[in-house]
Ligand binder design. Structure first.
Ligand SMILES: *Cc1c(COP(=O)(O)O)cnc(C)c1O
Length: 392
C-alpha cells in the first residue's frame, strides 16, 4: 500500500473496481444497443470527478455529464478529454468558451437556442435539446417549439445537433405510473423527428435498471454507478447486484477513561453512567459528518460502537467496549470484518436519501482511490499516465 499523502487520519476510500463493475453491469444489462453517459456532477457525487470519469470511460461509458460548466472545466483541467454534456442551463454568453472547451450544451428552451446561436464566433456548438415531459425543471414543453428548435439546430451552420432528452421525476417509484406518462409524452414530442445519429435519452439510473427496453439508446447513469440504489423500493428488485464504491474511515487519536458522572463534548449533554473508555475521532461536521449523526454508530475492531455527546466541527467521541489503542481504525461508512454500515443506513439516520450523504462529505476529507484493493495515488498531474499504464 502506498504511503498516504496527507497528515490527518480521516479519509474516504473510493473503490474504482466497484465503479467499473457498476458501469459494465449496466452496459451488459442494456444489451448491444445500450449506451451510457456517466453522470459525474458534484465531484462525482462526492467520489472524485476525474478518477470516476476515467474509470467509467474505460468501463465503456461514451460520454460524461455534469450539471454546470465549471464542473466540466474542472474535468478538462485534470486532463479529461472525453465529450462532456452540461445538463444545466448555461449562459448563452459563455457559448464560445464552451465551444473552445469542447463541451456539449443543453438547449433548455427555444429562446435559449436562438440566443446561444448568436454567441458563436468560431467553430460549432454541440447541442442536446432538452424536453420537459413532467419534471417541470428545464426543457421545451410544446411540440411546435420543439420542432422549431430541431429545425434551427439542423439548419444552423454553427450548431451541431447531437441529441435530445428528457428527465423522469419518479422513475424510482415502482408504484407510480408517472414515468409511463412521461415516456409517452416524450414519444409524442419526438414524433416526426428523424432521430438517426442522435443520442436519445430519458433514463436515469432508476429507469435504466427498471426499463431497459424503454431507454431509447442511452442511459444517464448516476447514483447506481456509485453502487447505490435510487430508492429503497427499487433495492428489492435490482436486475444485478450493486457494489457500493465509497467507504469512510478514521482512526482513534486519543483514548481515555471516563469516571462515572463525567461528561464529554459541548453542552455536556452526555454523562457516563459508570466508568468507561472513550475514544476521540478526528472527524466532525465540517467534514460532512454532521451533528444530526449524534447518537449513531461507527465500527471499531469489527464491533459497532456509539458516538457519544455532540459532534464538534473537527472531532467527535465514541464509547469503547474496552480500552483500544490510539491508531485503531474506525469505519463510519463501509465494512469491518462481519459488521457494515451502508450509505443507506446513514441516509436513513439523517432522514434523507443516499444521494445526499456522499455529496455533503466536504473537500477536507481526502479521497483515496483503490484498484485491486490497494490504494493508488491518481491525483494530478499523473492521473492520465497512471490510468493509462494500469489498464491498457
Ligand atoms: C443527476 C441527473 C441524472 C442522474 O440521475 P441518477 O438518479 O443519479 O442516476 C440524470 N439526468 C439528469 C438530468 C440529472 O440531473
Amino acid at each position: 500500500m502506498q504511503e498516504q499523502p496527507f497528515y490527518r487520519d480521516t479519509w474516504a476510500e473510493i473503490d474504482l473496481d466497484a465503479i467499473e463493475y457498476n458501469v459494465k453491469s449496466m452496459i451488459r444489462h442494456l444489451g448491444p444497443d445500450g449506451r451510457v453517459i456517466a453522470v459525474v456532477k458534484a465531484n462525482a457525487y462526492g467520489h472524485g470527478d476525474a478518477e470516476v470519469a476515467e474509470t467509467a470511460l474505460q468501463a465503456g461509458a461514451e460520454m460524461l455529464a455534469v450539471a454546470f460548466v465549471d464542473e466540466a472545466v474542472a474535468l478538462r483541467q485534470k486532463g479529461v478529454e472525453a465529450p462532456i454534456l452540461v445538463l444545466g442551463a448555461s449562459r448563452p454568453e459563455d457559448v464560445q468558451f464552451c465551444i473552445d472547451s469542447k463541451l456539449t450544451l443543453t438547449a433548455v428552451s427555444l429562446e435559449w437556442l436562438m440566443e446561444a446561436e448568436k454567441h458563436v464566433r468560431n467553430g460549432t456548438m454541440d447541442v442536446h435539446i432538452k424536453v420537459d415531459t413532467g419534471m417541470g425543471r428545464l426543457g421545451l414543453t410544446e411540440k411546435e417549439e420543439l420542432d422549431e428548435a430541431v429545425e434551427l439546430a439542423r439548419k444552423s451552420e454553427v450548431l451541431q445537433f447531437r441529441g435530445i432528452y428528457t428527465h423522469f421525476a419518479a422513475a424510482d417509484e415502482p408504484e407510480s405510473d408517472y414515468t409511463d406518462r412521461q415516456f409517452e409524452r416524450f414519444r409524442q414530442m419526438l414524433a416526426g423527428i428523424d432521430c438517426s445519429g442522435l443520442m436519445v435519452h430519458c433514463a436515469n439510473s432508476a429507469a435504466g435498471l427498471r426499463f431497459k427496453d424503454k431507454i431509447f439508446n442511452t442511459v444517464r447513469l448516476g447514483i447506481s454507478m456509485y453502487g447505490l440504489s435510487p430508492s429503497s423500493e427499487l433495492k428489492k428488485s435490482l436486475p444485478y447486484e450493486l457494489k457500493e464504491a465509497m467507504s469512510l474511515h478514521t482512526k482513534i487519536v486519543h483514548v481515555k477513561k471516563l469516571a462515572k458522572g463525567e461528561s464529554v463534548s459541548y453542552g455536556a449533554v452526555y454523562t457516563a453512567d459508570e466508568e468507561e473508555w472513550v475514544g476521540t475521532l478526528p472527524v466532525g461536521y465540517a467534514d460532512g459528518w454532521i451533528r444530526r449523526l449524534k447518537d449513531s454508530e461507527v465500527i471499531a475492531e469489527g464491533k459497532r460502537v456509539p458516538i457519544i455527546g455532540r459532534i464538534c466541527m473537527d472531532q467527535c467521541m465514541i464509547r469503547l467496549p474496552e480500552r483500544m489503542e490510539t491508531g485503531t481504525k474506525v469505519t463510519l461508512i463501509g465494512s469491518q470484518s462481519e459488521e457494515s454500515i451502508t450509505m443507506d443506513e446513514v441516509a436513513e439516520r439523517l432522514d434523507t436519501i443516499n444521494y445526499e450523504v456522499p455529496c455533503i462529505l466536504s473537500s477536507r476529507v481526502p479521497r483515496m482511490f483503490l484498484r485491486n484493493k490497494s490504494i493508488m495515488d491518481v491525483r494530478n498531474p499523473i492521473i492520465q499516465s497512471v490510468f493509462h499504464s494500469e489498464s491498457r
